[in-house]
Design a protein around this ligand. Structure first.
Ligand SMILES: Nc1nc2c(c(=O)[nH]1)N[C@H]1C(S)=C(S)[C@@H](COP(=O)(O)O)O[C@H]1N2
Ligand SMILES: [Mo]
Length: 417
């Protein structure tokens, strides 16, 4: 990508950076960015030995010249808050574990896996308790899936608000998740007649609870203990989280400690007071589990500046909670005309999919948009279309087409078009 562009993308929402930064002068680091170790930079790396093997005690770090970090949405406290993935600087479809977005309602608990267990009870033939060792002995699966908070993009209903794609869309990330299919445990315990819902409960101070339909659980729910080839990060629910591919992030309970089977939903706080969608007629949609198809251009995107007219590769991410991405179209004229982008394979089920389209910018104002169609034929709506149905009282599930305006001087801004 273009030097200088990704650095700017850190300035999500106009907030100041804080933390470590690279001094641009002389290209020499003065303080290591998070996740990096500071080393002297030789004038000619062919004239001196490099760092010895295991100089980092056996766990690698990133280059001291890479400084992308998650950006915390400025909520009143840092314990119930969000942090957002820097999508603009991402490559491919996997989110580095250290940059996976976070949503915690009561901070990140520290849980000793040897003391942790999962209880499965309620409408089952035989209530069961599993230690982490028990779970890790069961047959496992590894799958790549996105998790998106249904609050992703919530600032953008009425006015273009946050400046960067990290701010507008950074509550979605993709990892490879490994764990046991939840259906395996339910088959061991045996569901009683009439079992229809399962309450999942976390071991954090929020003791977060959500009701999940048994159908989803038997289909593709995973009890994940690993992320991108290693144990889950504490932020993602170490030692155990529920993964419900394609469902809203809130249901994917982290630090999972209890599952209770019932014939009715539990009507917890998170499915009544929160995570319902107030409609224009004053009624609310409830149990809006599936994340509708959505896409966003990550390059060029808000707060970048194209240095000059000429060739660029427009790229971004598309995903759908209903299955695979079928098609992504890109417009450079605010939706007047569309061109089909190339999808980078493999195109996976309920997973971020990267799209790319070559573009020659002629130096005139352009409005860039992307529009995804998923394998069910669902087409990502315009904001106007979405608001016509939902109004502007609902907070969650804004999956409309995003517009980035490229001005004559190359400045890229978040606009409603
Ligand atoms: N126990 C527990 N589980 C939780 C939460 C929480 O605060 N506590 N937050 C939920 C919300 S709202 C989202 S969007 C996802 C975020 O997952 P992540 O932090 O791994 O990205 O976790 C969900 N699971
Ligand atoms: Mo969320």
């Amino acid at each position: 990508m273009f030097p200088g562009l990704s650095r700017r993308s850190l300035l999500a929402g106009g907030a100041s950076l804080g933390g470590a930064m690279i001094a641009a002068a002389a290209g020499r680091a003065q303080e290591a960015p998070p996740g990096a170790a500071l080393e002297p930079v030789p004038e000619d790396p062919t004239r001196v030995q490099g760092q010895p093997v295991l100089s980092e005690n056996g766990y690698g770090s990133r280059s001291q010249f890479e400084s992308e970090v998650r950006w915390r949405y400025p909520t009143a406290t840092a314990h119930t808050s969000w942090s957002m993935t820097p999508l603009a600087s991402g490559h491919g479809i996997v989110t580095p574990s250290g940059l996976h977005f976070e949503r915690h309602h009561a901070g990140i608990p520290t849980i000793d896996p040897r003391a942790h267990s999962l209880i499965l009870h309620g409408m089952v033939e035989e209530p069961l308790r599993f230690t982490m060792d028990d779970l890790m002995r069961l047959p496992a699966v590894s799958r790549m899936h996105f998790i998106e908070c249904s609050g992703n993009t919530l600032t953008e209903w009425e006015e273009p608000t946050l400046r960067t794609v990290q701010g507008t869309h950074g509550l979605t990330s993709t990892s490879e998740w490994t764990g046991v299919k939840l259906s395996t445990l339910l088959e061991m315990a045996g569901l009683r007649d009439g079992a229809a819902w399962i309450l999942a409960e976390g071991a954090d101070a929020a003791v977060m609870t959500r009701s999940v339909p048994v159908g989803k659980v038997m289909d593709d729910a995973i009890l994940a203990y690993a992320q991108n080839g290693e144990a889950l990060r504490p932020e993602q629910g170490y030692p155990l989280r529920l993964l419900l591919p394609g469902f809203e992030g809130n249901m994917q309970i982290k630090w999972l400690r209890r599952l209770e089977v019932s014939d009715t939903p539990y009507m917890t706080r998170e499915e009544t007071s929160k995570y319902t969608d107030l409609m224009p007629d004053g009624r609310a949609r409830q149990f809006t589990f599936v994340m509708d198809a959505k896409s966003v251009i990550t390059f060029p995107s808000g707060a970048m500046r194209l240095p000059r007219p000429g060739y660029y590769e427009i790229t971004g991410l598309a995903w759908s909670g209903r299955g695979k991405v079928a098609k992504v179209e890109v417009s450079a004229d605010g939706g007047e005309t569309w061109e089909e982008a190339a999808l980078e394979g493999p195109v996976l089920d309920k997973c971020h999919t990267r799209f790319r389209l070559p573009w020659v910018w002629n130096g005139e104002e352009a409005v860039l948009q992307s529009r995804v169609t998923d394998e069910t034929g669902y087409v990502q709506p315009t904001l106007e279309e979405l608001v016509a149905v939902r109004g502007t009282d609902s907070v969650y599930h804004l999956n409309a087409i995003q517009s980035w305006r490229v001005a004559g001087d190359g400045e890229v801004t978040n606009v409603h078009a």
